[in-house]
Design a protein around this ligand. Structure first.
Ligand code: DLL
Length: 437
């Protein structure tokens, strides 16, 4: 940490570039030996690539290692890439299964302890205190979300209110009666809750000051709306994925200039998904992670498919851990419409400029007589006038055409009409093959 460092941090150490590099090299060497010795799948993979784990003496070696992909997790099924004896496994989690068959991941007790530290760091960086009451409104069970937040919250020392997602009545009851001060949820769920609070005029009875959003990308508009309704002091983006323990791979800090990630626990590379080479510093690419002390299922150059960029320089907050930008989307979210590659986030960016719209949108792709058709449904802002809809939809279509080079039909609907979800929002309905993707 530099001279501005918050020396009272309990869950962080002093970091220097050299110290982190040394720790990363040691962790990489350990991981390679551990995976080679423990997993026949990894051993075959490393042998095939001609990698001798004992010969890795520098971090430069990293780019010569083979990638691990989601297909490896699926082919080495049902306990993929397991690198410890089965009796050392104390827990199983699985991904939310948004993009196909669920990925199943195994954890040792040491892995759970590492994850507990990661999540406690998140609460500390978000400025929580032991007196905070944390309403955990994400799924429990196989999914890592609920249990991850709870583990970290208890380790940090705040009070966990493990509500899980949904059940708006109980959510409102806890917000008002238990006076929760922090909400952990997807941004979609937070928006739903904010709308309920507004509907019942409960703003004055709610004492939330912090929200931590993750599991899906969210737009500035969504955040603004939730901040306004709840009168929040601050809001933080939390990244994470099941393969890398779960939620808590890093956290946006109070400076809001990127998300710090735990470079003492994993190495982050950003690569060009086509050439598989590292991108220039600061360019957008795919996140690739290599864990440094993960026992159950270590990750060696795991391609996450998430897109972001590194944020160069030191953070004014003083924490000496590096940063990446918010996750812009997944490479597999991209859809091709009349020959143009489009990410949902690009559509959200265009919509951001229209103050007459709420944060919610949905893209419906159809094929009519062999021609692709895009219908963009957007919600009018509660304060906007409906008699101006036709001019507004023309302006949105023109802006989409200018920025994304595609023609679309824009339909403006009343506030609250698009589907809301307790979990991750689904923005694109692709019905071009007669099915939703
Ligand atoms: O979504 C873990 C999680 C739960 C993270 C709660 C944060 C909060 P999975 O179900 O394995 O795990 O899905 C992981 O979700 O690869 C990203 O594509 C996306 N994702 C997660 N956090 C963010 C975020 C959990 N803050 C996948 N912003 C990841 C954007 C996110 N996308």
């Amino acid at each position: 940490m530099n001279k501005n460092a918050h020396t009272h941090y309990r869950f962080f150490s002093d970091y220097t570039q050299e110290g982190l590099a040394e720790q990363q090299l040691r962790g990489l060497q350990w991981t390679l030996k551990h995976a080679y010795a423990g997993s026949p799948y990894y051993r075959r993979r490393l042998d095939a690539a001609g990698v001798d784990p004992r010969a890795v003496r520098s971090l430069d070696h990293l780019t010569h290692l083979p990638f691990t992909t989601v297909d490896d997790l699926r082919s080495d099924y049902p306990l993929p890439l397991l690198s410890v004896p089965e009796e050392d496994v104390v827990r199983i989690h699985a991904s939310s299964g948004t993009t196909g068959k669920r990925k199943i991941l195994a954890y040792t007790q040491d892995d759970i302890d590492t994850w507990k530290l990661m999540m406690a760091r998140c609460f500390e960086l978000a400025g929580l205190e032991r007196s905070d009451r944390v309403q955990i409104a994400v799924g429990y069970g196989l999914w890592t979300a609920g249990v991850g937040f709870q583990l970290g919250c208890e380790h940090f020392g705040s009070m966990a209110l493990p509500l899980g997602p949904g059940n708006l009545e109980i959510q409102l009851q806890f917000l008002t009666d238990l006076q929760s001060t922090c909400l952990c949820s997807t941004a979609s769920m937070a928006l739903l809750l904010a709308e309920e609070v507004e509907k019942y005029g409960l703003q004055d009875r709610v004492r939330l000051k912090t929200a931590i959003f993750g599991a899906e990308p969210h737009t500035a508009k969504m955040r603004q709306r939730v901040e306004e309704v709840f009168g929040l002091e601050d809001c933080f983006d939390i990244p994470g994925l099941t393969e890398l323990y779960g939620p808590g791979a890093g956290l946006e800090c109070r400076e809001h200039q990127g998300l710090h990630y735990w470079a003492d626990l994993y190495i982050l590379e950003i690569i060009d998904p086509q050439t598989l080479q590292p991108v220039a510093p600061g360019e957008v690419g795919e996140m690739v992670v290599t864990t440094l002390c993960k026992q159950g299922v270590p990750l060696i150059r795991y391609r996450t498919r998430d897109l972001t960029r590194l944020v160069p320089g030191e953070c004014p907050c003083g924490l000496g851990l590096p940063r990446h930008d918010r996750i812009l989307g997944r490479s597999d979210d991209m859809f091709i419409f009349r020959g143009v590659n489009i990410y949902p986030g690009q559509i959200a960016d265009v919509l951001h400029d229209f103050a007459e719209l709420s944060s919610e949108y949905q893209v419906v792709l159809d094929r009519k007589e062999g021609v692709d058709h895009m219908l963009l449904k957007v919600e009018r802002h509660v304060d906007a006038r409906s008699d101006l809809d036709s001019g507004l939809s023309r302006a949105i279509a023109a802006s989409l055409r200018k920025h994304l080079l595609v023609r679309s039909e824009v339909s403006i609907v009343d506030p609250g009409l698009l589907p809301r979800t307790f979990a991750k929002s689904k923005r694109v309905l692709d019905q071009r093959n007669g099915e939703e993707s």
